[in-house]
Design a protein around this ligand. Structure first.
Ligand code: NDP
Ligand code: MG
Length: 380
């Protein structure tokens, strides 16, 4: 029986993690969880899964839940998020919270010796060097949940790192894949939220439309697999059937395929190195699909991907700046305060005005994260 801590239980990944736990009650038990402001769903999850520890974002919500569930330990805020991550009974932390607030809880869980299943890519983008070093020191595995990284991780089983030529991350292209830059003028929030292949949270759906999601994933891959940026490439693949690939020096390419379903990588991170049947999963029928398409990435069309390579290669605090500017800009777009193309402009301005600090510690990263959000706010 694997005991699970789940951060972001009420989100897209969180709910699908609960689906996996529900399918295998003899294998998995939810012992602690966090959610944000969705108290109604939190209540339902507590009722069904009976976790011992729960944290919500707001104090008032925590107080209410305490009276409703007297047998459950309930906490709130950033402290509560960290408490949920290190809950003594748990074996593995599934981090599916949104944004760089996921960083501290991840580090605390690593220090407490928990295995990490990471969906929260912003954590690795902002502080990959700190997270991976802490994991190495504590001998704690960091297992990917992101579908591309899970695909690469699966393709690398039994392989030697020295034989890798390059990683090939596939990109669906997001909601605006077939539009030119001119056609992006005046696109609406509803258009941007309409992803062709995946149903995900709002922020990552916008990140997919700007291609920042793939940019964040390039940096995430750099940290998870320890390869330089010139060995990490991106290929447009509109069907999202090949989830990513590894090319080896002998020209062999190993790919992982499947219907687009996040429950597959979530479950693999929970069962690794074993596998379990996925009862609710749909099997891939390649004959039915018939054709798969591939295309080179256009860095002028998808400027955010270029920013991410620049930030990753420059290193230091620049990825944290790019990420914070993106989080702030996407939030502003979702509040109808800016246009779609202004997201890119705000990220570019934030990166341009920043003087990079090399090898930053956690405090420096958090300071830079805060400063960047204020800078973006000042431009709105
Ligand atoms: P959602 O927006 O659907 O869910 C986010 C979760 O985090 C919710 O439970 C939300 O709570 C909670 N949350 C948000 N802000 C805070 C905060 N400040 N404090 C505490 N809790 C908070 O996001 P997704 O599930 O789509 O994504 C989660 C992470 O996984 C992201 O990093 C994303 O990039 C990554 N990811 C997602 C994929 C997907 O298919 N969705 C695929 C690969 C990676 P509430 O709703 O209760 O307010
Ligand atoms: Mg992904």
């Amino acid at each position: 029986m694997k005991k699970i801590s789940l951060l972001g239980a009420t989100g897209s990944i969180g709910i699908q993690t609960l689906d996996v736990i529900r399918e295998h009650p003899e294998q998995f038990k939810l012992v602690s969880m966090s959610s944000g402001k969705n108290v109604e769903l939190t209540r339902k999850i507590i009722g069904e899964f009976k976790p011992e520890f729960v944290s919500v974002q707001e104090k008032a919500d925590a107080e209410r839940l305490k009276t409703e569930f007297p047998g459950v330990k309930i906490s709130h805020g950033l402290e509560g998020l960290e408490e949920a991550a290190v809950f003594a009974e748990s074996d593995i932390l599934v981090n599916a919270v949104l944004g760089s607030v996921g960083l501290r809880p991840t580090l605390e869980a690593i220090r407490a010796g928990k295995t990490i299943a990471i969906a929260n890519k912003e954590t690795l983008v902002t502080a990959g060097h700190i997270v991976m070093e802490a994991a190495r020191n504590q001998n704690v595995p960091v297992l990917p949940v992101d579908s591309e990284h899970s695909a690469i991780f699966q393709a690398l089983q039994g392989e030697h790192e020295k034989n890798i030529e390059r990683l090939i991350l596939t990109a669906s292209g997001g909601s605006f894949r077939d539009r030119t830059r001119d056609e992006l003028q005046g696109v609406t929030k509803a258009d941007a939220l309409n992803h062709p292949n995946w149903s995900m949270g709002a922020k990552i759906t916008i990140d997919s439309a700007t291609m920042m999601n793939k940019g964040l994933e390039v940096i995430e891959a750099h940290w998870l697999f320890g390869l330089p940026y010139d060995q990490i490439s991106v290929l447009l693949h509109r069907e999202s059937i090949i989830h990513s690939m590894v090319e080896f020096h002998d020209t062999s390419i190993i790919a992982q395929l499947g219907t687009p379903d996040m429950k597959v990588p979530i479950q693999y991170a929970l069962t690794y190195p074993d596998r379990l049947p996925l009862v609710s999963g749909k099997r891939l029928n390649l004959a039915e699909i018939g054709k798969l398409h591939f295309q080179e990435m256009d860095f002028d069309r998808f400027r955010c991907l270029k920013f991410a390579y620049e930030a990753g290669q420059a290193g230091g605090t620049l990825p944290a700046v790019m990420n914070a500017a993106n989080e702030a800009a996407v939030a502003a777009f979702l509040e109808d305060r800016i246009t779609f193309l202004q997201i890119e402009d705000l990220i570019e301005s934030a990166m341009d005005q920043h003087s990079i600090i090399d090898n930053p510690d956690l405090e420096t990263i958090q300071e830079v994260d805060k400063e960047t959000r204020s800078f973006v706010d000042s431009l709105l």
